[in-house]
Write a protein that binds this ligand. Sequence first.
Ligand code: CO
Length: 214
Amino acid sequence: MQYLPQLFENNRAWVEKMTAQDPDFFRRLADIQSPKYLWIGCSDSRVPANQITGLQPGEVFVHRNVANAVIHTDLNCLSVIQFAVDVLEVNHIIVCGHYGCGGVKAALTGERLGLIDNWLRHIKDVRDKHSDQIAPGMDMAARWERLCELNVIEQVRHVTQTTIVRDAWSRGRNLIIHGWIYRLSDGKLRDLRVSVAGSGDVETAYAKGLRGLR
Ligand code: CO
């Protein structure tokens, strides 16, 4: 008995479609991986990196976790960043959050969900750090959206603080870190304009992001 037959059927159809378009597609992909981008996004099933950016397999290296967090000691995320920067030599790291993020909402409201509460504690730290921008008296939807943005801005800063990115910049590497946000309801990506291309830009971009300048 084959479990989940529909997924295998989808896979066969996909292989046929890709091969019809480009007979060498899989052979070429198997030989070399040279993506230009590292995507750090939320695990949310509605935010698939390749599809929303129109990128093909082989074009974006992806790390996803709940609420797109970059934690200073998370060896999983740090290993992905190191491999992407030093081995694959990507030129862009995109931290992409999304409005409507359930992880961010749980951090905002303090809702208890289980073990994940410990992971979301990092997002609660973002909430507490910027409590002036998401005060309890404000409209809940507005607070939720702003915390989704603030979380991206903080995680971009975390990427810039890693030894990996600092060392790459000190070697003169062309490496830009970006903060984007995706809206589930219209499918559109928005650039939060906090891109950083070197250690000298970090604080300026961060301050600009916190002021909410577009
Ligand atoms: Co999410």
